[in-house]
Each structure stands twice: as structure tokens, then as C-alpha cells.
Design a protein around this ligand. Sequence first.
Ligand SMILES: [Zn+2]
Length: 187
Amino acid sequence: MPFDKIKFCSQCGSSVKRIVPSGEHLERYVCSKCGHIHYQNPTNIVGCIPVWKDEVLLCLRAIEPMKNYWTLPAGHQELGESTRDGAARETIEEAGIEFKIARNPYAYIDLGKFGHSHVYYLAHMTSEQCAPGEETIEAKLFSFDEIPWDRIAFHSVHKVLRLYFEDLEKGHFPFHYLEYHQHGPFA
Ligand SMILES: [Zn+2]
């Protein structure tokens, strides 16, 4: 299980040690002076699958990691927002499109063992126009045959695109929950 390294206590600035606090069973960073326990838990990556007719909108990443690879608009859920609001915000920021986001999530990709989970919503585009933000070189619509499968940035994006196009062929879009064991850059 990966964890971010912590050097100093967030409460008092003293050094921390990685130990199992009494009464617990996992190692945590614990302050040597004030005893504060620094819990680290999985976070959510939230995003959309923007769809237009039988096409999906992908964004060409302008930033590392995986610069110049295609991805779906997604990013970290912020404190104080729902997964759905976060997914919509990321989609506006990265793709600059107009859309109606689905009420319920389409896919929950559980990457708990890597420290996060991905929640994707379908976003039905109301126009073909897009105005990508700074994190995106270009946003473009792709049909199944046009998807640059070998230029997709991340495993999770690859998986969710496969799911979507399988469902598109069947004509219905049930919720998908997946515990996924591949992570990170796809290529
Ligand atoms: Zn402390």
C-alpha cells in the first residue's frame, strides 16, 4: 500500500514516526511530541465521459504525467463538493463543453489499494463546441473505431472507455463497479 511520506507533524511541527498506534492495527505517522496521528485514506478522482451521438470526447493532456496522451476529463474531488459536482467542474475546466450530466454515476473504479477511486458520470453534450482549458492541448470527438487505444493515458480511462462502447453497442448503460488492479500510465 503506497503512502505519502510525512516528515513533520501537521499540528506542532515536531518529527513523526511510522508506528502502529495503540489500539490500531495499521502503521501511521504519529507525532513524537504531541502524539497526533496522521491518517491517510483513499481519495476520489471524479470525471465524465462526454458523449455526442456515437462519439466520446477525449482530451489531449498538456501536463505531466502522460503529456500528449488522451484522457477523459477528470481530477481530484475537492472538499465540500459532491462527486457529481466535481466531475462536472473538471469537465468544464478541461474540455470547456456544454452538457447535461447524468444523475447517477456510470462507473466506480475502485483502486483502493493504490490510494484512490475513480467515479465517472456520463455527460451528454448539448453541442459539439469545446473550449479546452490550460491542462488540455486539444479536445476531440472519437467514434469507437477512431479511439487512439495505444495513446490512452491511464489504465482506468482505457477500461471505462471499453465499458462505455460495449454498452453503446447493447444500447443500455448499467452502473459498473470494478475493483481494478492495474493502475497508472497505460502506454
Ligand atoms: Zn505534534
